[in-house]
Design a protein around this ligand. Structure first.
Ligand SMILES: C[C@H](O)[C@H](O)[C@H]1CNC2=NC(N)=NC(=O)C2=N1
Length: 103
């Protein structure tokens, strides 16, 4: 079993992505874009993700372009993808699903 901050193997990454349909892998990063229903709705979403990131002590890079939010996950201390990234991606999906409608 992979410790939380050990680098994932290729098969662990593809297995993890199989249950993260909104995410793509770009090198050492997992990325998901979300279109919020409004700019402030997107900011609310960013705040909810920020609280989860603080709680997990694992922080996504977040890009905000009006209503388009992009979350990017990688484990900087490990120099690549770890179980922490998969776990945070799943938490972000749950926050998005629970929150406002997004396109
Ligand atoms: C000191 C603190 O625990 C570390 O810097 C945490 C904070 N959040 C983090 N977030 C991410 N994405 N990668 C890290 O390696 C990381 N390390």
């Amino acid at each position: 079993m992979t410790a939380a901050d050990d680098l994932l193997s290729e098969s662990e990454i593809s297995d993890g992505l199989a249950s993260l349909p909104g995410w793509i892998r770009e090198g050492d990063t997992l990325m998901r874009s979300v279109r919020a229903s409004s700019f402030l709705g997107g900011i609310d979403l960013v705040n909810a993700v920020a609280r989860a990131a603080e709680d997990a002590n694992h922080h996504p890079d977040i890009t905000i372009r009006w209503r388009e939010l992009t979350f990017a996950l990688s484990t900087h201390s490990a120099g690549g993808l770890t179980a922490k990234d998969l776990a945070m991606a799943s938490r972000i999906d749950r926050i998005v699903e629970a929150g406002e409608s997004t396109d």
